[in-house]
Design a protein around this ligand. Structure first.
Ligand code: ADP
Ligand code: MG
Length: 405
């Protein structure tokens, strides 16, 4: 039996109108003769009664600290509720369906509560359900340990569930349904002229997701890539095909990008810039090593790292800035931690080895009157640090400069 996995995000299942669209998408897949596995997120966002953040507030309202194990038991409820409501909706429309928790669907994880990793999938229950001609509706974002403890997979975890099940069931395609028409050239909330991209490679999407584009979780893309299952990001609320993500080779084409140097933009806001300066060569007394060992010991993930004899700089999330400064103060008195930055990035596998991309990026930002405080690059992205209040302008300027609209 050919299988399709359809994952529906919180905005898709929040309201009855969205759930009617879910029925439509499931029916279309059934009409193609496919076995359908639906993965659902919790219904709605913070403030909605059954959204995950609302459930967390319920426990924290009693006592601030919730043990990670108990938190997982609570956080998994939102998706459990969504599975049953979705099953009821499908049945009301004449489609037989059965609900599964992550554990019942055979998603086995490690013990890392709140951010567990899938270690194995035992898809027998799902296969049986499909063979009985029913749609399997699985709670996203959760799994179970070998000892039977309920775990959750971290933010964006439902995407991961969808991808992992797609690979385990050797699905024809994993569809991630959301409230936008696929991966767009930039976040449409900040860049109104952003447009959907028809095709991308796993690597490009992964890079965009790691650089902050929240449309799909990078882990999900990695899982689909490793399992060589195509991924399609599309809207619950339209018939557009969205973005097809696969390996260039998979579809037998050498180049799916055309001559575009930049495919899309991404950003991460609320970053702090840490700068350590010295009058003496920081390498000589091993201070460079000490800086990064201290950050590692504190569990701080650093980014945009630049090392030179008399200066070390990097960024980390704003909430860690004060603690990082305290930790590093013992090493050098010349340390600054400035908050209020955002990282904006251009992404595209087409920029590899092409001269003049940075010049265009600088031109675009300069014409908009935006200063660059720091920059890093790889073969397929260039990122610049700008002031947070200029982030939106920066994205719009770069969108114009690279003619993404
Ligand atoms: P869901 O609840 O369906 O998982 P998410 O909020 O996780 O939805 O993801 C969809 C949102 O991602 C969109 O509403 C959009 O604002 C945001 N987004 C950020 N960057 C991009 C991008 N490059 N393309 C499309 N959407 C993006
Ligand atoms: Mg999401």
């Amino acid at each position: 039996m050919h299988v399709i996995v359809q994952k529906f995000g919180g905005t898709s299942v929040a309201k009855p109108e969205g759930r009617e669209q879910v029925v439509k998408k499931v029916r279309e897949a059934l009409n193609q003769g496919l076995g359908v596995v639906v993965v659902v997120s919790a219904m709605g966002r913070a403030g909605d009664p059954y959204a995950t953040d609302t459930l967390i507030g319920l426990a924290r309202g009693v006592l601030k600290h919730v043990k990670p194990r108990e938190l997982d038991l609570l956080m998994s409820c939102g998706e459990n509720i969504a599975t049953v409501v979705t099953v009821q909706t499908l049945k009301a429309n004449g489609i037989d369906a059965q609900a599964f928790t992550g554990g019942q669907a055979g998603i086995i994880t490690n013990h890392n509560f709140n951010n567990a990793r899938i270690v194995e999938i035992k898809p027998d229950n799902l296969r049986r359900c499909l063979e009985e001609g029913k749609v399997a509706v699985v709670a996203g974002f959760q799994g179970i340990t070998n000892e039977g403890e309920v775990t959750t997979l971290g933010r964006g975890g439902s995407d991961t569930t969808g991808a992992a099940l797609g690979v385990a069931l050797k699905a024809d395609v994993i569809e991630i349904y959301t409230d936008v028409d696929g991966v767009m050239t930039a976040d449409p909330r900040l860049v109104p002229r952003a447009k959907p991209l028809a095709e991308m490679t796993y690597n490009e999407v992964c890079e965009m997701a790691h650089l902050g584009a929240k449309v799909v979780h990078p882990r999900a893309v990695e899982i689909a890539m490793e399992g060589r299952v195509p991924l399609r990001i599309r809207s619950t609320f339209s018939d557009n095909l969205g973005t097809l993500i696969c390996d260039v080779n998979n579809i037998g084409q050498v180049e799916i990008r055309g001559d575009k140097v930049v495919t899309g933009l991404a950003y991460i806001s609320d970053m702090a810039l840490i700068v350590i300066q010295s009058d003496e060569d920081l390498n000589i007394n091993g201070q460079v090593l000490e800086v990064f060992q201290l950050m590692a010991k504190s569990g701080f993930s650093v980014d945009m790292i630049q090392v030179s004899p008399y200066q070390i700089s990097f960024i980390l999330t704003e909430d860690l800035a004060d603690r990082a400064k305290d930790v590093l103060a013992e090493l050098s008195p010349q340390i600054s931690a400035e908050k209020g930055f955002a990282k904006v990035a251009i992404v595209g596998s087409g920029m590899r080895g092409v001269p003049g991309v940075m010049a265009r990026m600088v031109r675009g930002l300069q014409q908009a009157g935006i200063s660059i405080y720091h920059s890093t690059d790889s073969h397929t992205n260039i990122a610049c640090l700008v002031k947070r209040e200029e982030m939106c302008n920066a994205l719009q300027a770069l969108h114009e400069e690279f003619e993404l609209a």
